[in-house]
Design a protein around this ligand. Structure first.
Ligand code: FAD
Length: 454
């Protein structure tokens, strides 16, 4: 009987253990199920649908070149997989282990109905192997990273199977074009063309980055330069494996700081495994009673934030970059998130959801863990009352070029004015007034947080 390879956020043929093992086993059927049901509120967001469309097209082409095809089905994944197994008479499904709560539930359910073989490959290491001395999972990054390093390097990447024996049966499958995954809003996604979704695009992004890795430690915080790898959407969709990234870069000079960032992916999954409701519930329950602003004025502020019209240039530049390209520089993600939560005193969960819909790299664990980290609610974060100063951050990390690019109204301003055009009385008439002054915002946030202290 054939076996089934179930593709999810692992849309590649190289170093794909589920695919490699199934190919070694005998005839196989490859399937991707578009499941908007199991994840509930966390179904794939708008920007990622665009990415998914192109990534699936790329994987389909790779499988076709190997003489087979990718069967596309839509519905509740566990049911669709079971149905397909019955159709083809398969008893075994190979997949890579995933850690989102709905995927774990789907894996458990399938495991009861047929033989599910879970392989490793989403992370650098199986989370079960990264434990404290007493065998418990970590909640703090630094010791997690030490323990992870002790079991590195990851297993060397597996080559893509050279030959595959396909199960020959005329199976029904959807046409990708009928899934309507591409964006419809006219001004959205204008910068998505910069991306090259798919396994080849992931490899070339890695090789481009490899030439500049030496400066990563120094440049990773500077939004005006292309100092980071921009591998995040490729890694999210599994178009390249973390092991491939590790083995390609580890010997390069200056790789240390980069590999440490890469380990954050593993850490985020480790937290989600311990706190499956981390996307909705405060990690420390310290701010559960915080009087978040809510109502028409807060709603208007929220909309101004999403559109990049807050009157804070660095925040506006970041939010516009997000809307147009589906990605935002990490330093600016921290600044814009902090601005929403502390300056505007709007619940972090609202910002997290906006990011979920707009990011091409939106990831359940990374997004939740990082939002909670910024908000000060995370198990591993600084307290709420540590408030980032956006104007100072903008100058410190030299964001002038970045602001000129994304906020063209300010393009003519000099370096001494562009970070704070209102304070330096240089703001042109078409640039929005600041939603709130920094000092006033700080006092409001501190008062709100004091009111929750027991
Ligand atoms: P690089 O600096 O080149 O880093 C290499 C890789 O390491 C990244 O591709 C990513 O996979 C991983 N990584 C780096 N930093 C982090 C981190 N803090 N947490 C987890 N993984 C990390 N990243 C996402 O992939 N998806 C998200 O939904 C997401 N939401 C975020 C929300 C907020 C509020 C913040 C502050 C950060 C968020 N991040 C998220 C983390 C980080 O901003 C991005 O991973 C990074 O900007 C991606 O760009 P890059 O690939 O050039 O990063």
């Amino acid at each position: 009987p054939p076996s089934i390879v179930w593709f999810r956020q692992d849309l590649r043929i190289a170093d794909q253990a589920a695919f490699a093992r199934a190919a070694a086993d005998g005839p196989l059927v490859a399937v991707y199920v578009l499941d908007d049901e199991s994840p509930g509120d966390w179904r794939i967001g708008g920007a990622q649908r665009w990415w998914l469309h192109h990534s699936l097209a790329s994987l389909s082409a790779s499988l076709k070149a190997l003489g087979g095809r990718l069967v596309l089905r839509r519905g509740r994944a566990a049911d669709e997989l079971f149905r397909l197994a019955q159709e083809v008479g398969a008893a075994r499904v190979h997949c890579l282990a995933h850690y989102e709560p709905w995927w774990r539930a789907a894996e458990a359910e399938l495991g009861e109905r047929l033989e599910l073989v879970r392989h490793q490959g989403r992370l650098l290491a199986d989370p079960a192997r990264v434990r404290t001395g007493s065998g418990t999972p970590f909640r703090v990054f630094a010791p997690f990273w030490r323990a992870l390093q002790a079991i590195m390097p990851p297993a060397p990447p597996l080559p893509a199977p050279a030959e595959v024996l396909w199960h020959r049966q005329d199976l029904a499958g959807d046409d990708l074009r009928d899934w309507d995954l591409l964006p419809t809003k006219p001004d959205w996604a204008t910068g998505f063309r910069e991306w090259a979704p798919g396994e080849d695009g992931a490899r070339s992004a890695l090789h481009v980055f490899e030439t500049g890795i030496e400066d990563y430690g120094e440049r990773r915080n500077l939004p005006s330069t292309a100092g980071t790898s921009r591998l995040s959407p490729h890694l999210h969709f599994g178009e390249i494996s973390p092991s491939t990234v590790w083995h390609t870069l580890a010997e390069e000079r200056g790789a240390g700081p980069y590999l440490r960032e890469l380990a954050w992916r593993d850490f985020c999954s480790a937290l989600i495994l311990q706190f499956p409701d981390y996307a909705d519930a405060d990690g420390r329950a310290t701010l559960e009673g915080l009087p978040w602003r809510d109502g028409p004025e807060a709603q208007a502020d929220f909309i101004a934030w999403t559109r990049g019209r807050t009157g804070y240039p660095i925040v506006d530049a970041g939010m516009r970059q997000l809307w147009h390209t589906g990605w935002m520089h990490n330093r600016v993600r921290m600044i814009t998130a902090s601005f929403l939560v502390k300056h505007l005193l709007i619940d972090w969960r609202r910002g997290q959801r906006w990011f979920w819909d707009c990011l091409v790299d939106a990831d359940f664990s990374h997004n939740s863990v990082n939002w909670q980290w910024v908000a000060g609610t995370g198990v591993d974060s600084a307290p709420f009352y540590r408030i980032m100063a956006p104007l100072t951050q903008s100058a410190k990390f030299n964001a002038a070029g970045y602001i000129r690019h994304w906020v063209p109204e300010l393009a003519e301003l000099g370096d001494d004015q562009i970070h704070d055009p209102h304070g330096t009385r240089a703001a042109p008439a078409d640039y929005p007034a600041a939603l709130i002054g920094h000092r006033e915002a700080r006092e409001r946030a501190l008062a709100a947080s004091a009111s929750t202290r027991r």
